[in-house]
Design a protein around this ligand. Sequence first.
Ligand code: 6PG
Length: 255
Amino acid sequence: MTEPEISTHPGPDELADAVAARLVERLADLQRRGRVPSVVLTGGSIAVKIHEAVARATDRDSVDWGRVDFWFGDERFVPADSPDRNVGQARAAMLDRLPVDPARVHEIAPSDGEYADDVDAAAAGYADRLRAASASDEDATPRFDVLMLGIGPDGHCASLFPGRREMYDERAVVAVRDSPKPPPTRVTLTMAPLRRASEVWWVAAGDEKAQAVHDAVTGSDLDAVPAAGPEGVERTVWFLDEAAASRLPAGWVRR
Ligand code: 6PG
């Protein structure tokens, strides 16, 4: 595994623009190499800003958006039309504004979808789709090219929360009940798939994330700080605004 890169920016808007520019560049480069890139999107407020920034990026047309696979690191298990759905927020901010291929937007089932209110079945169904898209039967997921993750003030990532057992589950995808962050029922990738991506891109803004960022970057106990677990096989980048980077050890912050 690799040392994390720290990329700091004045505020959330500059952070979002920087991540968007880097994502467009990365996807275009992968496509020039003949790849169909796979990106794992995250939920949360900074993710919405990033998605909006991608949709308005001046060089967005350098990517053939119809040949990008979009996955989700977690999803809220709510009805399809709920404003809480990560896929709904991603569609409104980005996916509906770009010529993506709907068949390559791999959403996690809602609570009123094909599995009705059976969240375990929804998790298993997503796991099946991930396995079907992987390079071999032994792999539970594709080798994601870019896996984006937000971080909570408590050190959670995706829907893996401190003191909870889901992150250790041997399955790639599990249901989460009684989530400390509402809504209470979710579907999430577990820790192993979050450590299989070529690149992990953390995105965080605001003072309230500074301690969790410090704990995750400097290496903490997984039970206490799940965000200390995921890292890229080739690269881990922390895209932070200056507030979220404010508690990093001196010398770690490079602009
Ligand atoms: C979710 C997210 C979650 C989020 C963090 C950060 O579905 O809620 O996946 O892990 O990324 O809680 O969210 P904010 O950017 O809104 O603080």
